[in-house]
Design a binder for this molecule. Structure first.
Ligand code: NAP
Length: 317
């Protein structure tokens, strides 16, 4: 049997399916792999199933052209933690798990939009603290999303799932910024300029992939384009936003609030963000549901099995 290395504890269903086809070594810690562990894994196993946080930099692939591992079957759609060009140069293929994560992640985006606009976190903290003095006509007024504009940055699978929810669910107008044109099954306007999108949106939602091309795509200039009542939602990757610039914009009242699922230096979340009532903070919950994680695992395994059988990889990146 071929050797498969799985870098984190996984749902039982995924492990059982993996053990049917591979001799499985399961790493039982929930921490990112260290460089030495990554290099050892490439040498010792036929397939490695890494995930978010396992930083496969170019350095990790140095001298690995003859290593045993020929496939990194990533658990997750985002693969900005893997230097794919360096992997390819070492003859190691990379796959991901698109689709499996789309609807669940879009749900979290909607949750953050609503929580941020309607001040849900702040309200919940008020009630929990025993400080709520009762309903009144001007208590905790937020932003009603119906009829407002949702600006989506990155209109891919998740961006479109967010757009459908915002339009058909909340009655929002949708506009988006994306490099290529998209054939959509709903009304939405493409905006060529990112700043123009930020300026015209009541809620901006980020759904681009992470990586060098999108690092700090949202910085001081883009935040300055937003209006004071607008909210920024990030379910993409933390470093798409210049976190220091976001803190400054929030502190200056340039924007009304932010809803974040991801952070620039995850899992570190700046104290300044944690102190602000108008910031909603989630611990990277995008795909955190058992059936979603099972589907992601089965998809990663389908790639590993295709590799084992010499078939084309279903989700090569
Ligand atoms: P996708 O289908 O590849 O969509 C990404 C979209 O972004 C594409 O439409 C792409 O189109 C656009 N894009 C890429 N670079 C851009 C740029 N510089 N400017 C404007 N648009 C750009 O990917 P997906 O499945 O929707 O996933 C998106 C990302 O969400 C993942 O890569 C991952 O990092 C993140 N994610 C987060 C969670 C979570 O738990 N919070 C869960 C799943 C995924 P063009 O290339 O034509 O511009």
């Amino acid at each position: 049997m071929k050797e498969l290395y799985i870098t984190r504890p996984m749902p039982e269903k995924v492990l059982a399916a993996a053990r049917d086809r591979f001799s499985v070594t399961l790493r039982t810690q929930n921490t990112p792999l260290k460089k030495g562990e990554m290099r050892a894994a490439l040498v010792l196993y036929d397939v490695v199933m890494p995930t978010l946080g396992d930083l496969f930099t170019a350095e990790v692939f140095e001298g690995m052209s003859d290593a045993r591992c020929r496939l990194l079957a990533n658990f997750g759609v985002g693969y900005n933690h893997i230097d794919v060009a360096a992997a390819r140069a070492a003859g190691i293929a990379v796959t991901n798990t698109p689709g499996a994560v789309t609807e669940a992640t879009a749900d979290i985006a909607l949750m953050l939009m609503l929580m941020s606009a309607r001040r849900a976190g702040e309200g919940e903290r008020l009630v929990r603290a025993g400080k709520w003095t009762g309903w009144n006509p001007t208590q905790m007024l937020g932003l009603h999303l119906g009829g407002k504009t949702c600006g989506i940055v990155g209109m891919g699978r998740i961006g479109q799932a967010i757009a459908r929810r915002a339009h058909f669910g909340l009655g929002m107008e949708v506009m988006y910024h994306n490099r290529s044109a998209k054939a959509l099954d709903m009304p939405a306007r493409q905006i060529a300029s990112l700043e123009a999108l930020m300026e015209q949106s009541d809620v901006v939602v980020l759904a681009v992939p992470g990586g060098t091309e999108t690092r700090h795509m949202i910085g001081a200039a883009q935040l300055a384009a937003m209006r004071p009542h607008a909210h920024l939602i990030n379910i993409a990757r933390g470093d798409v936003v210049d976190e220091a610039a976001l803190i400054a914009a929030l502190q200056a009242g340039q924007i009304a609030g932010a809803g974040l699922d991801v952070y620039e230096h995850e899992p570190a979340v700046p104290e300044a963000l944690r102190q602000m009532e108008n910031v909603t903070l989630l611990p990277h919950l995008g795909t955190a549901a058992l059936d979603v994680r099972e589907e992601m695992g089965m998809m990663a395994l389908a790639n590993a099995i295709a590799h084992l059988e010499g078939r084309a990889l279903p989700n090569a990146v």
